[in-house]
Design a protein around this ligand. Structure first.
Ligand code: CP
Length: 332
């Protein structure tokens, strides 16, 4: 167990060792048990968390906000418009000032170069920076997902088939970050990962490189297929969500939506779940487009662990804050 995590940023999963992630999960279990028993957990009394959202959120915002409250602290909800960021104040000046006032900052910025913006913040920050989702990674979600899988399979992950499949959700172009975080993280914990998507919906080179390298290093497998039936056959974990063809059309929303709608039928339904292992679980980071990405029958059916997965955002995020915030002034 690693105890020296005070002040540590979480920008992407790869910056945390497996041992550090296991420490996070041990603290998560303690916090989850205390939550169930309604026991006090005021481990960050009077600490302030800044939550800077460039985009909307249900789960991430409320997991951080409820989480810091339950830990005895307070959250400041910020947007570019509520701050001077909209008037061009730089990441350096913003974070130099916030570092003098609070104890941690979470940022959601899924625009192209959102990750670069977070890196600029982190470079000058004296307090831990949490990636609440960017254009490349979504680490607080993938940690909650991994924790959920460990719970459901009693920590026996070696050789489990983890499928992350694209779905035809054509309302708008979703970021690639969820799929990218999953393919890079899951092979590190022994799972054999299958990525499925139609042509044109490729992921970025860096997460793909990490997926391959991590699979080789940890003795697991990583494959890419273009057929959803083939992907889910024999799967232990079926995780399916849409993303835009960003690597093909850049940020051209209209062209991206058109491409999504040219690939209908990528949906998780009962027929597909019947191809998976009988004990398989169905996952989605949410929000899920009901009866577009997944049928309601599956979402509300016996394989679905959606709401447990969403609840685990709270517990894993509390553990993240408890381990990294606190008396970071002492380390300056
Ligand atoms: N899964 C997830 O990040 O949900 P929100 O967009 O609601 O935060």
């Amino acid at each position: 167990m690693q105890t020296l995590l005070k002040g540590k940023h979480l920008l992407r999963e790869q910056d945390w060792t497996n041992e550090e992630i296991e420490t996070l999960f041990a603290v998560t279990t303690e916090l989850k048990m205390r939550y169930a028993l309604d026991l006090p957990t005021e481990w960050l009394k009077n600490k302030s968390l800044f939550m800077l959202f460039f985009e909307e959120s249900t789960r991430t915002r409320n997991a951080f906000e409820c989480g810091i409250t339950q830990l005895g602290g307070h959250a400041n909800y910020l947007t570019p418009k509520m701050t001077q960021i909209d008037h061009g104040e730089t990441p350096k000046d913003t974070i130099e000032v916030l570092s003098r006032m609070g104890h941690g900052i979470g940022v959601r910025n899924t625009f192209v170069n959102g990750h670069k913006w977070m890196e600029a913040i982190a470079e000058f920050s004296k307090i831990p920076v949490f990636n609440m989702q960017c254009d490349i990674w979504h680490p607080t979600q993938s940690f909650a997902d991994l924790y959920t899988i460990k719970e459901k399979f009693h920590n026996e992950l070696k050789g489990r088939k983890f499928v992350i499949s694209w779905t035809s959700a054509g309302k708008y172009m979703r970021p690639l970050s969820m799929a990218q975080s999953l393919v890079a993280l899951m092979p590190r914990f022994g799972m054999d990962v299958t990525l499925a998507h139609p042509k044109g919906f490729e992921l970025m080179p860096e997460p793909m490189r990490l997926a391959r390298e991590n699979a080789a290093r940890y003795g697991s497998k990583f494959e890419v297929v273009d057929d959803m039936d083939e992907a889910v056959r024999g799967a232990d974990i079926v995780y399916a969500k849409g993303w835009g063809p960003v690597m093909t059309v850049g940020d051209d929303e209209a062209a991206g939506v058109e491409m999504i709608n040219q690939n209908p039928g990528w949906i998780v339904d009962k027929r597909r779940m019947d191809l998976a292992s009988p004990d398989s679980i169905y996952m989605h980071c949410m929000p899920a487009d009901r009866d577009i990405e997944v049928t309601s029958e599956v979402m509300d059916g016996p394989h679905s662990v959606l709401y447990d997965e969403a609840e685990n955002r709270l517990h894993t995020i509390k553990a993240l804050m408890a381990l990294t915030m606190g008396n970071t002034m002492a380390q300056r």
